[in-house]
Design a protein around this ligand. Structure first.
Ligand SMILES: [Zn+2]
Length: 89
């Protein structure tokens, strides 16, 4: 993932956030390595997602039928919806 940072006057260098591939072993959330609270890169400690497993949220309920169909169906209409979901949003 790349982040472009700007200041009001000069377009600065592109910053590479690298891959978001560090997994919290408590909740499975994905993080960037720089989000770790420990210095270890071999077993990074993370705390911004679930406070080391102290916070557990219930799963979200399934969306209502028309939306669930659009999210999961292989119909032409559903694929068109997913390809342009940002525009529908
Ligand atoms: Zn977590």
């Amino acid at each position: 993932m790349f982040c472009i940072t700007r200041n009001p006057y000069i377009l600065t260098q592109r910053h590479d956030c690298r891959r978001m591939n560090v997994v919290c072993h408590f909740c499975g959330a994905l993080h960037w390595m720089d989000e770790r609270v420990s210095s270890s890169k071999q077993s990074p400690e993370l705390s911004t997602c679930c406070l080391h497993g102290q916070v557990s949220l219930p799963l979200l309920p399934d969306p209502p039928y028309p939306l669930q169909e659009l999210y999961t169906s292989q119909s032409t209409q559903a694929r068109e919806f997913r390809n342009n979901i940002v525009l529908y949003n």
